[in-house]
Design a protein around this ligand. Structure first.
Ligand code: G6P
Length: 604
């Protein structure tokens, strides 16, 4: 949510580096963007509504020679997405870009207006800029000004900051929104996320809460909240530059779906061999917990629905699953026998982090299921299990979601072996099938079972997904994927629930995607398919090869290899993602960067 890049160098290539960084971070927001650089000590701020490519056209016309600057790609929170509200903002001697939300911006703005500041935008970020400038004008010392401003600003922020009188320097500070730093022989860098740094280095430093960074050419100075200088502690990312290139695929989403077999293979391998990492002095103990609370947002929440069904049915433990934005403001009933599982691709989602904080305050054990190594959630949870999907660039998650489902299925298996009554034969069969999954996914990818579905869906504005049990949880994700990237309205229903009202919307030709992979519920789901078919629906049926369905009950059939239900969902995710992708393609949608969305939602 909002991408920030900062750069200070011995060379005069700041414009290229900043624009390249913004293009890489565009998945974090893309309603407007902007750049601020010093050319011969002269500050230049250039902004544009819309995508980074539009900013680039504008900036290149100015032929700037700059060795340092800051840049931003925005996902609007305060103020509409237009050029005025785009970052950077400037007040007095200070220019800044911001990711986060300043909660007390209104009070601060009243106070600052009394001091003579005038505001030209509708953003909280411009108020933060004035707040820092007011502190700076007292001492003319950037570090002291940033320390003072931190005591006044409430909310979340990652800032990259320029001071007019220090045209060779870039400053940064953060609280609850991510920022990382890096350096090489000629320059120092800051960015919201690792992909922006990959063309230059694999070593990075995580800026911690309230820390302040000072970038001067190739040097980084780091200060704690009290102004004490500290040594930067470098980490090495395993991500490589291939992750941020499409490698011949038309879209990142398509590339990432094709990376699913590898993502699942790596995730299963890591879970089986490394188990669950502990940030405490004690190891993770499966036997310690009697109930589980799963908390997440978006697709991660739907992965949680699958985990709930699997753990509850196979391990006979109480499991609840809740969206993080609700959980964080309730007073949930948790006790020392509860494990709170937080699921997140990015590990930076504000609501999920707040849920983690709440669980920690209540002294409840937390397990983060996260894709980004070293992310806030991974560092702050008591225990961590990593999905190994590697970098995901398309805003709509695919391989990271599939990896979450794979990891959670393994977790469910562990609990089932401890608390359930699974036979040795079934356990061995599940493990064999888990190992077969990557090959089965490759085989499915080689077939094109989705084009026909996409042609059936592309001209419709309302679509239904129906399924029972695990299939219902999958329907939720299938429907979200389709909505996110094709802008077709769809609803996912527990198949038996449709008749309690919503079936009134089924008319001649309404597309219904039905999943019928749950063996124990197969006949029931088939009855529900009959209900919609009788009302004129055209049915796209996804079910196991070994399940036989009368031809008159579907218009198009997609079959999946038959697997144990602990494994089946991991595979069935794929057709849903491909249907969404192909449909969005036919509708000419902006697949990798759907309107209004951002990949990493680091604000509430
Ligand atoms: C945003 C994205 C969704 C994602 C959700 C949770 O809303 O658009 O695709 O599922 O955040 O993100 P997380 O990084 O916590 O998995």
């Amino acid at each position: 949510m909002c991408g920030i890049v900062g750069y200070s160098s011995l060379k005069t290539n700041a414009v290229d580096v900043l624009l390249q960084g913004l293009a890489t971070l565009e998945y974090r927001g893309y309603d407007s963007s902007g750049i601020a650089v010093f050319d011969n000590d002269q500050l230049n701020i250039i902004k544009s509504k819309g995508k980074v490519s539009l900013l680039k056209e504008k900036v290149l016309k100015h032929h700037l020679h700059a060795s340092n600057g800051i840049a931003h790609t925005r996902w609007a929170t305060h103020g509409e997405p237009n050029e005025i509200n785009a970052h950077p903002h400037h007040q007095g001697s200070v220019t800044l870009v911001h990711n986060g939300i300043i909660e007390n911006y209104h009070e601060l703005s009243l106070q600052l207006m009394q001091e003579g500041y005038q505001f030209h935008t509708q953003t909280d970020s411009e108020v933060a800029c004035a707040c820092i400038d007011a502190a700076y004008q007292q001492t003319k010392d950037p570090l002291a000004a940033l320390q003072a401003a931190q005591t006044q600003l409430k909310g979340s922020y990652a800032f990259a900051i320029l001071f007019d009188e220090y045209p060779e320097d870039v400053y940064a500070m953060r609280f609850d929104s991510p920022l990382i730093l890096a350096q090489d022989d000629t320059a120092s860098y800051l960015a919201s996320d690792i992909p922006a740094l990959l063309p230059y280095t694999k070593q990075y430093v995580v800026l911690e809460q309230h820390e302040i960074a000072h970038l001067h050419k190739a040097a980084i100075h780091l200060y704690d909240a009290h102004g004490n200088e500290k040594e930067p502690s470098f980490q090495t990312t395993t991500m490589d530059v291939q992750a941020i290139q499409k490698n011949g695929y038309a879209h990142f989403m398509l590339k990432e779906i094709h990376e699913e077999p590898q993502a699942i293979k790596d995730t299963l391998h890591a879970f089986i061999h490394d188990g669950i990492h502990s940030n405490l002095e004690r190891p993770f103990d499966y036997a310690r917990y009697e109930q589980i609370m799963i908390v997440a947002c978006g697709s991660a929440y739907y992965a949680g629905m699958i985990a709930k069904e699997l753990i509850e049915s196979e391990a006979r433990m109480h499991v609840q699953v809740e969206v993080a934005s609700e959980f964080r403001y309730r007073n949930p009933l948790l006790d020392e026998r509860t494990l709170v599982i937080l699921i997140s691709q990015s590990g930076e989602t504000a609501d999920t982090l707040a849920a983690l904080k709440l669980a920690k305050e209540k002294k409840i054990d937390t397990l983060a299921v996260v894709n980004v190594i070293g992310s806030s959630l991974a560092r702050e949870a008591a225990f961590v299990a990593y999905t190994m999907a590697k970098a995901e660039i398309a805003v709509a998650t695919t391989k990271a979601y599939a990896a979450q489902v794979a990891l959670l299925s393994c977790l469910a298996l562990k609990f089932a072996l401890l608390h359930g009554n699974m036979t040795k034969t079934r356990k061995e069969q599940i493990i064999t099938q888990l190992h077969q999954l990557p090959d089965l996914l490759e085989e499915m990818l080689e077939k094109d079972d989705w084009s026909e579905s996409a042609h059936r869906l592309a001209d419709h504005e309302h679509i239904f997904f129906i399924g029972r049990g695990l299939d219902h949880a999958l329907c939720m994700e299938g429907s979200l994927k389709l909505k996110e990237i094709s802008y077709i309205h769809s609803e996912a229903y527990a198949a038996g629930e449709l008749k309690h009202g919503t079936i009134s919307l089924i008319e001649q030709g309404t597309p219904v995607i039905a999943i019928a992979n749950e063996a124990a519920l197969f006949d029931k789901t088939i009855s529900n398919i009959r209900e919609v078919k009788a009302r004129g629906a055209q049915v796209i049926l996804i079910c196991r090869q070994d399940f036989h369905v009368h031809k008159e009950l579907f218009d198009h059939l997609i079959t999946t290899p038959p697997l144990d239900r602990m494994v089946q969902t991991i595979l069935t995710v794929l057709p849903l993602q491909m249907i969404a992708y192909q449909t969005a393609l036919l509708r000419g949608c902006e697949i990798d960067k759907p309107r209004n969305l951002a990949k990493s939602v680091t604000v509430e």
